[in-house]
Design a protein around this ligand. Structure first.
Ligand SMILES: *Cc1c(COP(=O)(O)O)cnc(C)c1O
Length: 398
C-alpha cells in the first residue's frame, strides 16, 4: 500500500477495479454486492450505460469552458432540477460541502440585505453538512470539529426534531435568518423526524421570516422514494442543496433557491471555476433522464418499503437490535452496542455496508438494485448480524 496519501481515511483492505450495476469487482475479479453506493452517490449503480454514453460523448466534445461564458448544458440541468423541485434558481458547485457553503453565504447575504449585521443560522445536533470550515461548524458532531478551532461564528444549535426549542431561539436571537437542516439525518444514523417536523419548520420560518434551507445531499435524487425527501411532507424549502447522487459519481453539487432567496446573489458574490461545467452537467442530465425514464423514484419507494419489511422480519426481533427504520432506500438498523466491526465482517462475505453514529448499520443501495439482489442483501445481513450479536453479547452492558 502506498504511503503518500494523507491519513484522512482508515481504509478497508480492498480495491475495486470495475463495477456493473449493484456489483463491484476487486483486483482478482471477486464480486461484491454494493449496498452503500459509494455513500449514496451511485444511485444508478456502476457503469450505467446512459451515464457512460453521455460522458464518453461529452468527453469527445467539450469538458470545460468557464462560467465567464454561457453553458447551455448548465442551463438545461438548472431548468430540469428547478422544475422537478419547484425552485426558481440554482448555483452549481462540485461537492456537498460547496453546495452548503453557497447556502450559508446566501443566508448571510440575505440577512445583510435586510439590515442584520451578524446573521445567524440555526443548525441541528447530530447533523452532518461537510468538512469545510463553515460546514464542519454547522455539523453537530464534535469529532468533526475537534482540533479545527476557531470555528466559524454565526451558528446556533438546536436539538433535531424539537420545534419548541426553535421558538425559544426565535425569542432570544433576533439575528437568526435561516434554518439549515437535513430532512432525514444520514450520517447521524438514518434518523427520521416525526412526520409533522418539516411542516412545523416551514410554518416557523414563515412566521419569523427565516429561510428554510434543506440539506438533501444524501436524501435527494429519488433515494427517499420521492425526488426530494421534503416532498413527503408536502412543503417546499427556500433553499435546497444537492450533491452525492446528482452526478452518479461525477463530482457536482447544487444550491437551489426559491422566491426572495433566489434573488440574493449578484455577479461577484459567489463563484466556482469548475462548478457546473459541461462534463458534470451532461452527467447529471443523464442521471435525471434515467431516474425519470426508468421510474426509479417509484422503484426506490417500493423496494425501500419491501426491504424495510424484510429486514424487520429477519432481524427486527434479534436481541440487540433496537430499531429497524427506513425511508425509501435510506435504511438503518440501530443496535444497542457499537458495531463498526460489522463492516469488515460484511466485506469478508462480499457485501458492502456502512456503520454510522457508532451503532447504526446504514444501507444505501443503488436504486437499480433488483429483487434477487435485495433478497441476497437481507439474507446475508441477517446471518452476519446474528453471528455478530452472538459473538459480542458482553458489550450489551457497555
Ligand atoms: C455527504 C454529505 C455532505 C457533504 O458532501 P461532500 O460532497 O462530502 O462535501 C453534506 N451534507 C450531507 C447531508 C451529506 O450526506
Amino acid at each position: 500500500m502506498s504511503d503518500t496519501l494523507m491519513h484522512t481515511y482508515a481504509r478497508l483492505p480492498v480495491a475495486f477495479v470495475r463495477g456493473e450495476g449493484a456489483w463491484l469487482y476487486d483486483e482478482t475479479g471477486t464480486p461484491y454486492l454494493d449496498a452503500l453506493s459509494g455513500i449514496a452517490v451511485c444511485g444508478l449503480g456502476h457503469a450505467h450505460p446512459a451515464v457512460q454514453a453521455a460522458l464518453a460523448d461529452q468527453a469527445a466534445t467539450l469538458l470545460h469552458t468557464s462560467n465567464l461564458y454561457r453553458i447551455p448544458l448548465q442551463e438545461r440541468l438548472g431548468e430540469r432540477l428547478c422544475t422537478q423541485a419547484g425552485m426558481d434558481k440554482v448555483f452549481f458547485g462540485n461537492s456537498g460541502a460547496e453546495a452548503n457553503e453557497a447556502a450559508i453565504k446566501l443566508a448571510r447575504l440575505y440577512g445583510h440585505q435586510r439590515g442584520i449585521e451578524l446573521p445567524e443560522i440555526v443548525v441541528m445536533e447530530n447533523s452532518f453538512h461537510g468538512r469545510t470550515l463553515a460546514t464542519l461548524t454547522a455539523t453537530g458532531n464534535r469529532k468533526v470539529q475537534a482540533g479545527f478551532e476557531p470555528l466559524v461564528r454565526g451558528f446556533v444549535r438546536a436539538p433535531y426534531g424539537d420545534v419548541e426549542a426553535l421558538r425559544t431561539i426565535a425569542a432570544n436571537r433576533p439575528g437568526v435568518v435561516a434554518i439549515l437542516v437535513e430532512p432525514i439525518q444520514g450520517e447521524g444514523g438514518i434518523r427520521i423526524p416525526p412526520e409533522s417536523y418539516l411542516r412545523d419548520l416551514r410554518a416557523l420560518c414563515d412566521e419569523f421570516g427565516w429561510l428554510l434551507m434543506l440539506d438533501e445531499i444524501q436524501t435527494g435524487m429519488g433515494r427517499a422514494g420521492r425526488w426530494f425527501a421534503h416532498q413527503l411532507a408536502g412543503i417546499r424549502p427556500d433553499v435546497m442543496t444537492l450533491a452525492k447522487a446528482l452526478g452518479n459519481g461525477v463530482p457536482i453539487g447544487a444550491c437551489l433557491a426559491r422566491g426572495p432567496a433566489a434573488e440574493v446573489f449578484a455577479p461577484g458574490n459567489h463563484g466556482s471555476t469548475f462548478g457546473g461545467n459541461p462534463l458534470a452537467c451532461r452527467a447529471a442530465l443523464a442521471v435525471v433522464d434515467t431516474i425519470e425514464s426508468h421510474g426509479l423514484v417509484e422503484r426506490a419507494a417500493a423496494l425501500g418499503s419491501r426491504l424495510l419489511d424484510a429486514l424487520r422480519a429477519r432481524v427486527g426481533g434479534l436481541p440487540g437490535v433496537v430499531e429497524v427504520r427506513g425511508c425509501g432506500l435510506l435504511l438503518g438498523i440501530e443496535l444497542d452496542r457499537p458495531c463498526g466491526e460489522l463492516v469488515g465482517r460484511a466485506l469478508e462475505e462480499r457485501l458492502l455496508i456502512n456503520v454510522t453514529a457508532g451503532n447504526v448499520i446504514r444501507l444505501l443501495p443503488p436504486l437499480i438494485l433488483d429483487d434477487a439482489q435485495a433478497e441476497r442483501l437481507v439474507d446475508s445481513l441477517g446471518s452476519l448480524l446474528e453471528a455478530f450479536l452472538h459473538d459480542s453479547p458482553e458489550q450489551a452492558q457497555a
